[in-house]
Ligand binder design. Structure first.
Ligand SMILES: Cc1ncc(COP(=O)(O)O)c(C=O)c1O
Length: 482
């Protein structure tokens, strides 16, 4: 017998797509259109009929299952529970709770951010705080062409682990292009990694021990801070200003603490969007030399900088500065390709740990990445992407001014802008929770502090904000005097 497919109820304001689907089925149960023991239509059929993604339908079914409304049978599908007892009878208020997977009822913390932001699809809510671009902003044509040409290349089919340093042709290509950032290296000084995340992890695992103290930007990249804390590394934050680290504070810290590494994201900084100025960069390198500190320059957004931009590694040399790059912010975060540039003695130690802890990086991802970036059209794409982001930065700076907020700085490009209601000292977790209930995902400032101290600032992604400006505007205006 065919399963009954209800008509999708209209989507109310502030209600997610998942909740809309849940409500649709609850109504059908209430109206006895679906009876205990009846089979539900498949996820795929619902997705097609409702014109929603399969992950939205799957989340809605998970919710109904958690509520005891439906049951699943392996390989056979979903059924309305045989007995809908008072305990599991659909209750409109309770049915608004969502599954474990996308649990918007939990408070925002760094793991909430990871779990929800990385798993939710765009139909769930507006990810105005996330760390990647809207799908249409990527070089989709070039990526498709690269996938096709990769399939024709024999070396990806050879069924072996590949070079411990990573795909040699990609390393040479990166080396040639780093000249544009005044970094003169060969492919032998490059180690490919699974994104900048793995590069950070390799460096910290190779050179740090439990109990060591390292210097970090404050605020700084939240995943990295949390991962260091989980390894029981002590973090000392140096205040991040519009021009980079606060040099006076940095000097005091270095004089007092035994610090051997400073992990910094000096260009198009996450979360503030600010870039280090040249004079601060020089002062930083002088201090690093004096106190024998190795700088780890996480330049994950380096390709979004205008050509000719300098790097700390170019200024301070590859013995003093370990440089990290990535293709996550430009080509695709999904390919997971990043790299480390360092002096050979450092790089060989990192390669050893890379192999011991996970063997080689993915040759197929590295080949696809090279096949994307070597297309002449990709050069045009990157140029256009940089100016699109610069334009979005300007627009959002104006937007925040118009709604009575202030920005930490006006970034020259990149994804992020850091903003707060003018002069606010209120912990931005409060407004972020409200935003979450209205279907907007903010990244509240406390996530970016080593000790999670309260912050009034919020990180926004200008590309998503530009697309979702209306929702953001309505939300800010409605909550303004609450
Ligand atoms: C500062 C910083 N470092 C590292 C990463 C991780 O990048 P990847 O996706 O290349 O691992 C990110 C991602 O947003 C980031 O913002």
């Amino acid at each position: 017998m065919k399963s009954y497919i209800p008509v999708l109820v209209p989507k109310a304001d502030g209600v997610s797509r998942v909740q809309q689907v849940v409500q649709t089925f609850l109504n059908a149960v209430k109206e006895k259109k679906i009876l205990p023991g009846d089979k539900l239509p498949s996820i795929r059929l619902c997705a097609k009929t409702f014109n929603l993604s399969t992950s939205t339908i799957a989340s809605a079914f998970d919710t109904l299952k958690d509520e005891g409304v439906i049951e699943s049978e392996r390989g056979s599908g979903y059924y309305l529970s045989a007995s809908i007892s008072p305990r599991n009878r659909p209750h409109p208020a309770r049915s608004r709770s969502v599954s474990q997977r996308n649990d918007f009822t939990k408070p925002i913390d760094d793991f909430w951010l990871l779990a929800n932001v990385y798993q939710a699809d765009d139909s769930e809510f507006h990810s105005v705080g996330c760390g990647w671009l809207p799908p249409t902003w990527y070089a989709r044509k070039e990526i498709k062409a690269a996938l096709r040409s990769t399939a024709r290349q024999e070396h990806v089919d050879e069924n072996c682990y590949g070079d411990p340093y990573g795909y040699q042709e990609l390393r040479s290509y990166i080396a040639n292009h780093l000249v544009e950032r005044s970094l003169s290296v060969t492919g032998d000084q490059i180690l490919l990694t699974s994104g900048a995340s793995r590069a950070l992890d390799l460096i910290s695992n190779t050179f740090l021990n439990t109990g060591d103290t390292v210097l970090v930007d404050e605020p700084g990249y939240c995943n990295f801070l949390s991962s260091m804390l989980s390894k029981r590394i002590k973090l000392v934050g140096v205040r991040w200003t519009q021009n980079g680290p606060d040099i006076k504070q940095l000097e005091k810290i270095l004089a007092k603490e035994n610090i051997k590494f400073y992990f910094t994201n000096p260009w198009l900084h996450n979360p503030t969007g600010a870039s280090i100025s040249l004079d601060v960069a020089h002062s930083l390198l002088n201090l690093a030399e004096r106190y024998q500190v190795t700088i780890v320059e996480d330049n994950v957004s380096g390709d979004l900088l205008t050509p000719g931009s300098i790097s700390l590694s170019a200024l301070g040399g590859t013995e003093r500065v370990i440089h990290i790059g990535s293709f996550s912010k430009t080509v695709s975060a999904g390919f997971r390709v990043g790299y480390i540039v360092a002096a050979q003695n450092i790089l060989s130690q990192l390669m050893k740990y890379k192999m011991l802890s996970g063997l080689t990086s993915s040759l197929i991802s590295e080949t696809i990445t090279l096949n994307v970036i070597k297309q002449p059209e990709y050069r045009k794409f990157i140029k256009a992407l940089r100016s699109k982001l610069t334009q979005a930065q300007k627009e959002m700076a104006l937007f925040f001014q118009e709604v009575g907020w202030e920005c930490f700085c006006i970034p020259a490009g990149g994804y992020y802008i850091y903003a707060r209601p003018v002069g606010s000292t209120v912990d931005s977790r409060i407004i972020s929770e409200k935003a979450k209930n209205a279907g907007l995902l903010f990244a509240p400032g406390y996530l970016f502090h080593p000790e999670h101290k309260a912050s009034p600032w919020i990180r926004f992604n200008v590309a998503y904000c530009q697309e979702k400006k209306k929702y953001l505007y309505d939300f800010i205006m409605t909550t303004k005097n609450q």
